[in-house]
Design a protein around this ligand. Sequence first.
Ligand code: 13P
Length: 230
Amino acid sequence: MIVILNNKCNLSKTEFIKYQEELKTINTEHEVVLCPTYLNINNCQLETIKIGAQNVSCTDNGAYTGEISARDLKDSGVKYTIVGHSERRKYQNESNYDINEKIKRLLENDITPILCIGETEDERNNGLVEYIINKQLSESLRGLLEEKIKKIIIAYEPIWSIGTGLIPDIDDIINVNNFIKKLYPNNQIIYGGSANENNIQNLKSKAIDGYLLGGLSLKPEKIKEFLDQL
Ligand code: 13P
């Protein structure tokens, strides 16, 4: 089971150093990946937890002010990178085309992309879940060969569930994951959206290969409780 910790835009350097000391006490058989802010990536000193990033540039190195390339992430020890998070789609207007380019840069640098997809509440209410998921996946993965696609972790994060405390029925998650599995049978599929130590028992299934945690990622004690229940 893989568990990704997405710190989002949280933890200053000073806060991160303290947080990291607490994370070091976590002992688990599960694979844990920490995605801190870009600035904290080079503050990471964790032996058992792998390092991820929350974003990457569409481009390689060059005259792209403010961007961070996959090549630089790799050189800083990054093994995984989140792409297509709904917050970036919303606040940075990131398109499936941008996400496709980012995935290509990551794969060129042997970094595992964690591709986030998911529907809004309106899309769910209008019966559009499969249409949206299919569109996000097919556009984000355009032009990639199966041998590349299978390296990508697909994170199903219903947007209405992120940070709201609302979680879908487990049967709904299983249906979506089975739909994705039919299209992409060789990919790991994980779930994200308000998952925590109190609801994890309701979110467990053979159809779920891991979890992407936002709010909970900031609470090392609770992460331990969460991991112990997997
Ligand atoms: P929450 O766990 O805070 O709902 O966030 C989920 C998420 O967006 C992880 O990427």
